[in-house]
Design a protein around this ligand. Structure first.
Ligand SMILES: Cc1cc2nc3c(=O)[nH]c(=O)nc-3n(C[C@H](O)[C@H](O)[C@H](O)COP(=O)(O)OP(=O)(O)OC[C@H]3O[C@@H](n4cnc5c(N)ncnc54)[C@H](O)[C@@H]3O)c2cc1C
Length: 579
């Protein structure tokens, strides 16, 4: 159990886990099962991270009980072979397994099925059907490996946005609390404390510093409260110094919320691009930066830049700044989100324009397709260079993102940012789609506008990322040209198949439809036991990392995070106490 510590320390535990998402909770449970006392330190007001907002699709294979039940042949060796197969490429040619760290993949393959059974044993339920490819990305060609958790409020699974990922997080949280894991919520780790050492590689990691970070919503004076309080350490002390006798596990979720950090991999990712999962929790690179400050190395950096499906998402909800998903009005963070947003049933109902007011693509092309899933390359021979001949190439789908990020007349130095993308539509489209174009479904404070004429609409667009006012005549010309394509049945500019609907009935609308960034695919260098490695290739004693903050593994989502959390927890508990 975490306890008051001596000397300068405010609290102590054998293992401190930073972050309570898909990686942090399994790490905490395995560490406490291994006999360690465990303290989870979480910046947010509640447990869950991005994982609790997730769709609950979880890629875990290698011979799980679900795969066996449905006669799907798989094994750790097959999984390892799949995820290190250099010859398999995405439909855009991106070789997403090629740069995986083989030791990290071997460890994943060996613990993947075990982690699936661990999740079941700790209360996570998956729908009882054969694992498939739905919601997956880069899970390997030899077998379907995606499992689906679900959300039911009636089961007491309180959710910040009614997402299926709640069905992963709440049972794990309940299990962790029952086993005695302590939670210090509302505290953000600000640095990792490492013993000074005269040796080249420095000393043992002995704790962390954390700062009180309550979440207070606009219009309120009281901090948000967590769903459960049993096991929580109550504190409002401005800073805490926390002692870890065995290990510190970084499970902070990645780096996409840190603009300068993410721009190291892709300079185009300026502040205009929002992040899936914000503003519930942030992947702000704090774990990476704190570990780097005590010598840690980054790893597998190509994986962040490779054009993977799901790293950036092109077409999401409209009319809200935080547009990866639509938001429930009853979400505790709704005052921050400000607008629910709405989904698009038919992308024929609108055009997308850049900040200048001109189109740049076929709006119906949709999101980047997930690639490299069970059965996608057929026939498939592991590590045979001819596999690439059997991929159904479809690079234009991937190029949507690049067209959206392209420079335009308003792109200015120093970043030459592309600015926002706006969905432009008319009153008829609103009727066809059944959209509610009033607050709180739309955010008129910079993310949704209307006008009785297109010129009026263009003038109305005022947004923090819009470099200059859109010109009425430009938007007017764009729409007129598009309407002529509807008449002709041919989109001469971008090949949208048989443009269906003219934009002609006032009022006219502009809704935020800017692409978002989603996954972190590169992070701290770890070894097969998830121990963090420094710039000399040496283990930093007592420091672990799991999940999106860990490098060397190019795959979307929670499967890899939970499995690495499992590995960390088991290993950290075995360490000798460092007094
Ligand atoms: C809307 C949405 C849908 C998704 N759907 C799916 C899906 O269906 N299937 C799938 O596999 N993946 C999905 N994902 C991705 C998946 O949620 C993430 O890959 C996964 O949650 C990452 O796990 P993690 O533990 O690394 O980070 P997280 O789950 O984000 O947890 C990190 C935690 O660390 C905390 N933290 C960060 N910095 C600090 C600090 N300095 N101090 C203390 N705490 C800190 C954060 O607040 C957060 O709670 C989805 C993501 C989103 C946003």
């Amino acid at each position: 159990m975490a306890q008051a510590a001596n000397g300068n320390w405010d609290l102590a535990a054998d293992v401190i886990v930073i972050g309570s998402g898909a990686a942090g909770l399994p790490a905490a449970i395995k560490a406490i099962e291994g006999g360690a006392s465990v303290l989870v330190v979480e910046a947010n007001y509640d447990v869950g991270g991005h994982a609790i907002l997730s769709g609950g699709h979880m890629a875990l294979g290698g011979g799980t009980s679900a795969q066996k039940k449905y006669n799907i042949a798989d094994s750790p060796d097959t999984l390892f072979s799949d995820l290190t197969d250099w010859s398999v490429v995405q439909p855009n040619g991106s070789p997403d397994f090629r740069y995986n760290d083989r030791a990290v993949m071997r460890a994943f393959a060996d613990h993947c099925a075990t982690t699936f059974e661990f999740l079941l044993a700790n209360g996570v339920e998956f729908t009882d059907k054969a694992p498939d490819n739905h919601g997956a990305s880069t899970t390997g060609n030899s077998a379907p490996r995606e499992n689906h958790a679900f959300w039911t409020k009636s089961a007491g699974l309180e959710s910040p946005n009614a997402a299926a990922g709640t069905g992963v997080i709440r049972p794990l949280e309940a299990s962790a609390r029952k086993k005695g894991v302590k939670f210090l919520l509302n505290y953000k780790m600000t640095s990792i404390i490492r013993e000074p050492s005269p040796g080249k590689s420095g000393g043992h990691v002995i704790g962390i510093n954390a700062q009180y970070s309550p979440r207070i919503m606009p219009g309120s004076t009281t901090p948000l409260k967590s769903f459960r309080s049993d096991g929580n350490i109550d504190s409002t002390q401005p800073t805490m110094k926390l002692r870890a006798h065995k290990a510190v596990i970084v499970a902070t979720g990645g780096s996409t919320s840190h603009i300068e950090f993410r721009r190291m991999f892709d300079p185009r990712l300026t502040p205009v691009i929002q992040v899936g999962g914000e503003p519930y929790s942030y992947q702000d690179a704090s774990g990476e930066l704190a570990a780097m400050a005590i010598g840690a190395s980054l790893w597998g950096l190509a994986n962040q830049t490779l054009e993977n499906g799901a790293t950036m998402r092109a077409q999401r909800a409209l009319a809200t700044k935080f547009n990866y998903t639509t938001w429930k009005l009853e979400s505790p963070i709704f005052p921050l989100v400000r607008a629910a947003g709405f989904n698009v049933k038919d992308w024929q109902d609108l055009i997308l324009v850049n900040q200048v007011g001109t189109r740049f693509y076929d709006e119906t092309k949709g999101d980047v397709p997930h690639g490299n899933l069970g059965g996608q390359v057929t026939p498939y021979t592991p590590n045979d260079y001819r596999n690439a001949e059997n991929v159904k190439y479809n690079p234009t789908r991937y190029n949507f993102t690049h067209a959206a990020l392209a420079m335009n007349e308003y792109s200015e130095p120093p970043s030459y940012c592309a600015g926002p993308q706006w969905a432009i539509f008319d009153a008829d489209a609103v009727g066809r789609e059944g959209w509610k174009v009033v607050p709180p479904y739309v955010d008129p404070d910079g993310y949704f506008f209307s006008g009785n004429t297109l010129a009026e609409l263009a003038t109305a667009i005022k947004n923090e990322y819009q470099a200059k006012p859109m010109k009425g005549e430009v938007l007017q010309a764009t729409v007129e040209r598009y309407n002529s394509f509807v008449d002709a049945g041919v989109d001469e500019d971008f090949g949208k198949p048989a443009p269906k609907f003219k934009i002609q009935t006032p009022p006219f609308y502009a809704a935020w439809g800017t692409l978002i960034v989603h996954d972190t695919r590169a992070g701290l260098r770890i070894n097969a036991r998830c121990r963090v490695i420094d710039m000399n290739g040496q283990v930093i004693p007592g420091l672990y990392c799991a999940g999106e903050s860990a490098g060397g593994f190019n795959q979307h989502g929670m499967g890899r995070c939970a499995t690495q959390g499992y590995i960390c927890g088991v290993d950290a508990a075995k360490l000798a106490r460092h007094e």
